[in-house]
Ligand binder design. Sequence first.
Ligand SMILES: Nc1nc2c(ncn2[C@@H]2O[C@H](COP(=O)(O)OP(=O)(O)OP(=O)(O)O)[C@@H](O)[C@H]2O)c(=O)[nH]1
Ligand SMILES: [Mg+2]
Length: 250
Amino acid sequence: MIQLSILKIIGYGPWTLTLGSDREHALQILQASLYKEIQRLFSEKNCLVFLNRADEFFVVSNGLTLNDHIEIQKSLAKSFDIGLSVSIGYGNSPFAANLKAHDGKKNEIVLNQEHNIFGYIDEESPKSVSIMHLDVDDLTSRRKTNSPYEISSIIFSLYAKISKFFLEKNSLTFFMGGDNFMIVASDDAKNSIEEFILSVKQENEITLNCGIGNAKTSREAVKLATKSLDTIREIRDSGKAKPAVYELSC
Ligand SMILES: Nc1nc2c(ncn2[C@@H]2O[C@H](COP(=O)(O)OP(=O)(O)OP(=O)(O)O)[C@@H](O)[C@H]2O)c(=O)[nH]1
Ligand SMILES: [Mg+2]
């Protein structure tokens, strides 16, 4: 079982219009400040926040109670003029948890009215999460043949492919910057990763490495996924045949 919390700015669209046309810089500054603060608050509680289209945030919030969410909402309200809603959901796959959180918001299932928290929370049942940290092998050498913008275009096409493939496995993919992607993964997704890496190699001539981490909290799972990825690099750099996938659990 995995728990997901989705944070969304309340009334953002109409509010942006009140800023006039010379607003883009202000919105970018606001979005970056919000992300920084939300990542800080949730990471203190052993979670990791995934940026979704810059104005919405997905948190794998395993282990967090309703009270933890209220505490974070109080802190955000002190720092920002705009407010955020929180929708919480849980399920047997990351996509199912996302559907449940969405359903809670859509149907106005209120968990806490004052702090705009909606959805469903099950503080009792044990939670776990699997994270896959995908990274392009030796992207640096592409810089010799491709310009920075061309490399970005390759990375975003790859993002689209990863997102589509793993959504069909009830999993959620996020772009983390550089050549890094993280997939909040179902068992089905983990079982398909070798096949996916092979198809990207054949169709796109890109070699991917994948570190997998399994843990109770998202911060711990991400730590293990990145450690797994670094282990693949160490094996490669020692001159041995590297595995495409490496997995660690705690
Ligand atoms: N989000 C995130 N970005 C990273 C991480 N490590 C590196 N990056 C970014 O990814 C870019 C590419 O770095 P690398 O993947 O180390 O470079 P590479 O040439 O592909 O080397 P290998 O991945 O070891 O084959 C860097 O410029 C950073 O922007 C990480 O752990 N997380
Ligand atoms: Mg790389």
